[in-house]
Structures are given as structure tokens and as C-alpha cells.
Design a protein around this ligand. Sequence first.
Ligand code: SF4
Length: 454
Amino acid sequence: MSHSTNTETFLKDNKKVDWHNETLWWVRSKRDVSSKQIPEWEQLRELASGIKDSVLSNLASYLEEFEKNAVANGINVHWAADAKEHNEIVTSILQKHNAQKLVKSKSILTEECHLNEHLEEHGFEVVDTDLGERIIQFVRQPPSHIVMPAIHLKKEDISEIFHEHLQTEKGNNDPQYLTEAARQHLRNKFIEADIALTGVNFGIAETGGFVVCTNEGNADMGVHLAPVHIACMGIEKLIPKLEHLGVYTRLLARSATGQPITNYTSHFHRPRSGQEMHIILVDNGRTEQLSREKFRNSLKCIRCGACMNTCPIYRRSGGYSYDATVPGPIGSILSPGVDLKKHQSLPFASTLCGSCSDVCPVKINIHEQLYEWRQVVADEKLDGAGKRVSMTLAAKVLSSPSLYNMMGKLARKSLALLPKSLINNPLNAWGKQRDLPDPPRDSFKEWYAKNRKS
Ligand code: SF4
């Protein structure tokens, strides 16, 4: 289904739409305040973007350097061409250790690979340990935002979910009480886990180590208790040197939530004594995106979510309307690269206001790429016959001043006579929530000619 069709479900609850919109705008405002505290903010963005340019231009050699150094540190390095291979590698590690229980911190990559479903089908227990992710795991929903996965749920919804799954008091919506219940529940899961899995925010080619950022310490809790650590990393997450890390950690948390830094910025370089450590480097369409000159920049993304928080469409349509693992403006660039036919409506889910590009900490030209995808969709004739015919007619009218004047006259006259139901009827999607103003008697040109002061 198209983005606009999916959005209809979200728009049914007006109050929730307003609340969602305001909550995300509040996060965006925190980002503004926090970024203004750093005078060199724009230089940092420039630098972050430039470093990623170097990574993308030399990806193969940085990946080889990373592998060499990681292996020398005692980390087992695996390569996965796609989601299937990634999931099979995780399964084989679990089987090798006769493991049954896995705790997992937030990893959008594993969502993209549908790892949870795969492992559950093979009889393993997977527990998401990020609070937001655990909430939506209870109700078997995917994340609706990459940083705040349960942002579409209110505390009343969470209270209901916890009452059903954690037997908390019915109707108790106190966030502290609910968080404490989740904490006690997860503590046991950490203790029982055979294997801990984490995502990776940054892999450092120079050292072969990697960095995981969380606000809840759940990645550390899992990894420090379990005898095996699996880290899953998209191949674009590399940075060349350790000295580059500070550029990104300063940008990431400020852009994501307005914090100066994530509460936990954990560095992993080698397994601790007696532990086994694996890292899986995953392609899953990334090299293909790299080969698209106009869209390769999208691989600079550090998944801060700022473009979602600022986007007027995302804020008012919710994450699920995108029907993709990564929603919002950046998702609308990445998803068409994976399946253009399925996601052809996403580049149109934008006002092209450019706010996403303005806040992006790595300076991805998001709105320009959305516009580029629109042209690809039109060239591939995926935008529907009705739209193509109306655009061809519009092009004819707009390119001929006499035709434009004639059509304007005709429209002003006929709209004054025709019944409103012609516009506002259930068959016309545009007219369902909009109304046309009464047509003016004159065009602007005519009005100007009459009223122009000599
Ligand atoms: S595209 Fe930029 S703003 Fe959006 S999530 Fe990625 S890094 Fe953040």
C-alpha cells in the first residue's frame, strides 16, 4: 500500500496525531538548543560528512583494514552478503554453543534482517533489552522510530501492555513504576542469557574495535554477563581512525535527543578473558546503493533520527505509514533502493522543505535525493497512469500562457457553478480533508491590471 493509504489509519486518532507531532517537535527543539551550545557545530558537520566521503570512496580497503585488526585482537569476523546469510551466521553461533537464550540491544540492522522472527522460528528465545524495543516486542510490533522505537505509544498504552505481560497493577501509568517493572523483568533475562547481541554505531578501521552507544546500559549489561558477544554491523558504519570518533559522538546524541553524549558510549576491542566475540559485517544492498552516484551519500547516515523528528510528514503520519524498517526522510531514500516498486510512494511523502537536510549531522542532501527518486519513479512509469496523464496535461497548460489563461477562466467560472460534492466526495482522496476557497472573479493578472497604481 502507498504511504498515503497507510497514513489513514494513523490519522483516525486526531489527538494522538497532535501528541505525536508535538512530542517529536519537542525532541527536535532539544536538538536545536544542544547544537547551539557548540560554536563549531557547522564545522563538525562538515568534517563528519568529509570523513564519511573518504570511507565511502575507500570502503573496501577500510573494511580489510578493520578485519585484519579485529582478527589480530581475537575477534571472529564474519561477512554476510544479505539478511539471510546474516541470520544464518547468528544461528550457527547459537548452535555451536548449544545456546537457547539471547539478549539483544537495539540494532536497526537486525530489524532490517528480521532476525527475531528467524530465531524464533528456529526455537530460540530472543529478548530485546532496550526498554522501547521490549515494549513493542510484547505486542509484536516493529519499531516506529529508529531511536525511540515505541514513540507511537502513550504511557497509558504501555501500562496496559505491562499489565498483560508483566502483571503490573491495572491502570498504574506512573513511568517510574513501569520502568522499574521492566528493569526487574529484564534483570533476570540478562542473568539467564547464553549469548548477548549488540548493534554497532561505529567500527574503527585503525584499531579493529567498535563502539556501541546506548542510554540504558542494556548493551553493556548483556555483554558483560554472557560468555559470547555477537555484534552486527552494516559495512557503512566504519570510520578510519580512533581520532575521528569524537566528531561523531559529539554530533550523534545532540542530534538524536539533545543530550551532550549518550549515557553509555562503550568501546569493544577484544573479548574479555574466557569470552568469545564475533562481529558480522553485513552488506544487504549497501554496495548497490554505493554504486548509485546520486544516492550513495545516504550511506553516511549515523541513524540519529533527527530527520524524522523534524519532518512535518513523519510527525503527522507516524513511522508505520512508511512500511519499512527505517522510516522518515532517510528511509524514503534507502527503501526505494531496496525495492523500488514496493516503496515508490515514499519519495513523495515529503514537502521537500529541506528541514531534514538542515538538521542532518552528516550533511546528507536528503530532500534533493527524494526529488531524484521521484524522477526515477516517473521514468520507470511506477507512478500510476492517472498521475502520468494529469502531469502531462498540466505540463501542456503550464508551458503555454494562452492555454493557461483560458483554463484559468474556465476553472473560475465552472467552479462557481458546479456543486461542492464534485470536489468533496469519498472518491476524491484530495477532497476528503480539504476544501477549496470560493473561486475569485478575476485572475491575479486581471486584478493587478485593474488595481495597479499608476
Ligand atoms: S539521515 Fe541524517 S538526520 Fe536522518 S537519521 Fe541519518 S544521520 Fe540522522
